[in-house]
Design a protein around this ligand. Structure first.
Ligand SMILES: [Zn+2]
Length: 282
């Protein structure tokens, strides 16, 4: 009875010991896996930090584009038109871009320093970005501005613009123009999104990916087709959110489009170093 009892106790002890050994092994394996994962993630963090640090060398602040002599040909691209309304909110993006483009063209037509050209025959014409880029390039512009409106389901608001991306021809000139546009819009009352209103867009497998202005990594992924195919410095501006009442009030209604157009005109004059005119020719 005693022996049997002892034997039983011993079996229990063996089982207990085995359980403890298993638990210790499992803990050791878990710690090992956790460490390996931690080292892996630290390494990835480090790689990202190094990449970011190496890519944050901004184009020199004293950079000025080599613009030559006037007159300068400026392509104005109304971002949407015809059967393509763009975003719809409190206003329709197509209407806003048409009104702003027309007002900007009026300023440029009145200023003898400029030859304004367009990327579509009329605002009623539907034209793809490739067609508009072709049309722009065929007129050999010195600068291209594409006018758009933003939209969001949230209460987002403000201005942002997208220059030609790092590594491409005309990147520095495009950033230079983008800075002028953004600082003008800020001074006119817009809040700037991202880093001082300048961002890059890339399409990764058809998905739009946003990069901030200090991310100067050279990527294979393409940005907006119009910018990618432009043969001159180019910026795509998101004037305001068509979904924001405050934004529409400032830069989306008739007066707002006039104001934005004047800001764009001022930025164009600053880019080329010309004196802006003060009133439109009758
Ligand atoms: Zn648009």
């Amino acid at each position: 009875m005693l022996n049997w009892g002892r034997r039983t106790k011993s079996k229990h002890e063996k089982k207990k010991k085995f359980h403890w050994q298993l638990i210790v092994v499992l803990i050791a394996v878990a710690i090992g896996l956790a460490k390996a994962w931690q080292i892996g993630s630290v390494w990835i963090d480090a790689r990202n930090a190094i990449r970011e640090a190496s890519a944050t060398e901004e184009p020199a602040e004293d950079f000025r584009p080599d613009v030559g002599d006037p007159p300068y040909t400026v392509a104005v691209d109304a971002g949407h038109g015809g059967d393509d309304p763009g975003a719809t909110g409190l206003i329709v993006e197509r209407d806003m871009t048409a009104a702003t483009s027309e007002a900007l063209l009026s300023w440029l037509r009145s200023d003898s320093n400029y030859i304004p050209v367009t990327t579509r025959d009329s605002y009623d014409v539907t034209a793809t970005p490739t067609e508009r880029a072709k049309r722009s390039n065929s007129q050999h512009p010195d600068l291209l501005l594409s006018i758009h409106g933003n939209a969001a389901s949230t209460e987002a608001s403000g201005f942002e613009c997208y220059p030609i991306t790092p590594g491409r021809t005309w990147h520095r000139e495009s950033v230079y123009f983008a800075r002028l546009l953004a600082s003008g819009m800020e001074a006119a009352g817009s809040n700037l999104r991202g880093q001082q209103g300048i961002r890059y867009i890339y399409y990764e497998n058809g998905v739009k990916v946003l990069a901030e202005a200090n991310d100067l990594r050279i990527r294979e992924e393409e940005t907006f087709t119009l910018l990618e195919e432009s043969r001159c410095p180019a910026v795509l501006a998101e004037q305001c959110f068509v979904t924001s009442a405050e934004d529409v009030d400032r830069f989306g209604d008739q007066d707002g489009c006039q104001l934005a157009a004047r800001v764009y005109y001022e930025a164009i004059c600053a880019y080329f170093g010309t004196q802006p005119i003060v009133s439109l020719e009758e």
